[in-house]
Design a protein around this ligand. Sequence first.
Ligand code: FAD
Length: 471
Amino acid sequence: MGNSRAFLTINRKEAGYRPILERINDFGEVEQTLNSEDRVLQASRCMECGVPFCHWACPIGNSVPEWQDLLYKGRWQEAYNVLISTDSFPEFTGRICPALCEKSCVLNLENQPLTIRENEVAIVEYAFSEGYVVPRVPLYRSGKRVAIIGSGPAGLAVADMLNQKGHMVVVYEKDEYVGGLLRLGIPDFKLNKEIVERRLNILKMEGIEFKTRVEVGKDILVNKLLSEYDAICLAVGSGVPRDLPIKGRNLKGIHFALDFLKQQNRVVSGQIISSAEHISAKGKNVLVIGGGDTGSDCVGTSVRQKAAKVTQIEILPMPPEGVNAETPWPTYPNILKISSSHEEGCERRWSLVSKQFLGEEDKVTGVKVVEVEWIKNSKGCLTMKETGKVEIISAELVLLSMGFTQPVHEGLLDDLGVRYDIKGNVEAIKPSESSVRKVFVAGDVTSGASLVVRAIDSGRKAAEAINIFLR
Ligand code: FAD
């Protein structure tokens, strides 16, 4: 341990976001970076607690105190090596992880946790700039072939680890880009797509083959893959968005959040979308229904598209005082989180249930909402009761952002005949193994919609299970 008293004298310092008036005019990343000197000082604040709660809270078990200490001592390359021993893609998690580690940092008792996430991204970016991150082409090939279906963080983590173990890996992706939600869901202002492409280039150079625009179950039958490969890993995410089937749902101008966000990511990547297909917030009153992270990404995107006004409504109540606002999604209190997008201009409303979409001709003009009260029942569970207070919120664009219910069953999953759990996710009958022989699972398809860090963890575990199976 380098400086045992630094936490007493050095305060937490974040790099912060770019000024609002600047950042709302582009889709560049909002978060800035601290200089190396500041980073080293921030790392020195780690107390190296006897029981490192940060390590325990991190889904991939990052050895946080070890790399903080190396960073404090200026041993950046060693810090990088320790970091990648547990995290396949720290350049993603360092940017968009809700940092469960920081919530568990003992210094958080004083609301001054270590800047673990920002230190992580500083280490990996330093490693890239110094040329430490080079393709590691496996020296040995096992002769075994594995097909990964889906190229999100889970699929990429499985592919990376299995390739490093010498197996030949082919990743199938239905979209035109590799990367899953990292590439086409999460906006560029949170994660620049060059960062994703940079990692994909390395994975390709290491020998992983990517086949895009191939929807398994439609463009190619899964039975063909089963006969051609020694194992398959399903990493297709949680693709069914929660709908709001109330009166007026078929009016024009009501869209699922992900359709809106994917389109904007495509536009940022240079694609031209025809005006008939374009979902634009420009000059409109935008209503985002759903108070979570996807909703806040819709807020930031609408602001950048120059919406006239953005309102975000949430059915749950504003969490009571004392509830930790930073408790990460999908835990309920996270709806209190103020993201960079909320700072950019958005009215947030709570305890509202949507009853009807209103329209003129065939276009949406607003949503009728009713206020609800949340009352604790005898078991301590919150139950909802409408107060009768009705309101109309004007909106020419409504974005449904109420989460995802399950993976798409039709096609691939039904064709395979995998067993589903009670929520409709693919059941892992043993860790990472589906009910069908030689078919493994990783990420949101089995956990339900979750986090990038959990998808990476799940992918790493699936790769271990597949490697044992192949041997
Ligand atoms: P996905 O990333 O969903 O990837 C699945 C891939 O499989 C997709 O590319 C899909 O096209 C492909 N696919 C599906 N079916 C087929 C098929 N039949 N054949 C071929 N390919 C197929 N998490 C965070 O930690 N931080 C955040 O800031 C954050 N922001 C988010 C913002 C949004 C808008 C959304 C929707 C989610 C966000 N998340 C965030 C959650 C996170 O992105 C997901 O938990 C994570 O991407 C899940 O990874 P995955 O690999 O399981 O699935």
